[in-house]
Design a protein around this ligand. Structure first.
Ligand code: SAM
Length: 275
């Protein structure tokens, strides 16, 4: 079977088909760029929000690359069928192991071993929860292959065969993996060097230190009778840092007792004494 083309959203194509000239010329610049490779029935959903703002600029600049692999051309027969009814009966359709397997094989071309450098992930509500530490782990590698499910999901055998990691965006069910893929790529790519520029720090934001971020304010100094807290206008860096730390702790304790308990435990004291 000849390989269907892979669409590139950055400046590099991994397609087996002839590449436009400008893509070839861009190749050296992209060597070593972190890459997201997404297997989907809806490649037109990409880059989506990833093409906007900082991630979009970084994509254009070649700081990372995005490639979609359309699942449909791997389908069978005249209609390129990709799914079939669930074994054992039940509602809906399941993506076939042979079809998804062929797409995963194409996605594996040129990816490094060991897998730690390039995880292969199935977006799934059954998966391990996606967190900031997942994003950090993925950002430290060379790239990521994401398999977007649809319908009732994917035949289990292909997940087992390729030792695919299952990761969930949260405890809810989406109609497909594309939104989850974009969210996870966004959270990962913004941790790559140069993507956020010098302006933003990823060290002080929510989930980096185990706490939620303190409230933020900007001009005007007074709005609808509400003033910016005085300490933030004082210019006293020590007092500002202390105020922000206390706000972070109070917010975390109130909104996320699970994070607060873990934070307290890390600091070596029970959470209710962590003040
Ligand atoms: C309708 S869902 C399938 C749900 C599946 N039957 C179940 O109950 O676990 C279709 C696809 O959406 C994606 N999806 C749905 N919810 C998700 C979540 N919370 N996180 C990541 N992907 C999700 C997965 O790729 C899934 O295969």
């Amino acid at each position: 079977m000849s390989l269907p083309p892979t669409k590139s959203h950055g400046r590099l194509s991994i397609s087996a088909s002839p590449r436009p000239r400008e893509l070839i010329e861009d190749r050296p610049r992209l060597q070593g760029a972190w890459r997201a490779r997404v297997i989907t029935l809806f490649p037109e959903a990409f880059p989506g929000t990833l093409g906007l703002s900082l991630t979009g600029k970084a994509l254009e600049a070649g700081l990372w690359a995005l490639e979609t692999i359309d699942l449909r051309p791997f389908g069978l027969g005249r209609h390129r069928n990709v799914d079939d009814t669930p074994a054992g009966g039940g509602a809906g359709m399941v993506l076939r192991a042979d079809v998804v397997g062929a797409a995963l094989q194409q996605a594996a071309i040129g990816t490094p071993v060991p897998r730690a450098d390039w995880p292969v992930v199935y977006l799934s509500p059954r998966g391990a929860p996606f967190t900031q530490s997942t994003a950090r782990r993925w950002a430290a590698g060379q790239g990521l292959t994401l398999l977007c499910g649809r319908f009732e999901g994917v035949d289990q055998r292909v997940l087992d065969h390729f030792a695919v990691e299952e990761v969930s965006l949260g405890d809810f069910v989406l109609t497909g993996g594309e939104i989850a893929a974009q969210a996870m790529i966004d959270a990962t790519v913004r941790l790559r060097p140069g993507v956020l520029g010098n302006e933003a720090s990823t060290e002080e934001e929510s989930h980096s230190s185990g706490l939620l971020e303190h409230p933020q304010y900007t001009r005007p100094a007074e709005w609808e009778g509400r003033k910016i807290p005085e300490v933030l206008m004082s210019g006293h860096h020590g007092r500002i840092a202390e105020w922000r730390r206390r706000q972070s702790e109070a917010l975390t304790a109130e909104r996320r007792p699970d994070l607060w308990a873990r934070y307290g435990a890390k600091a070596g004291k029970p959470a209710d004494e962590a003040d």
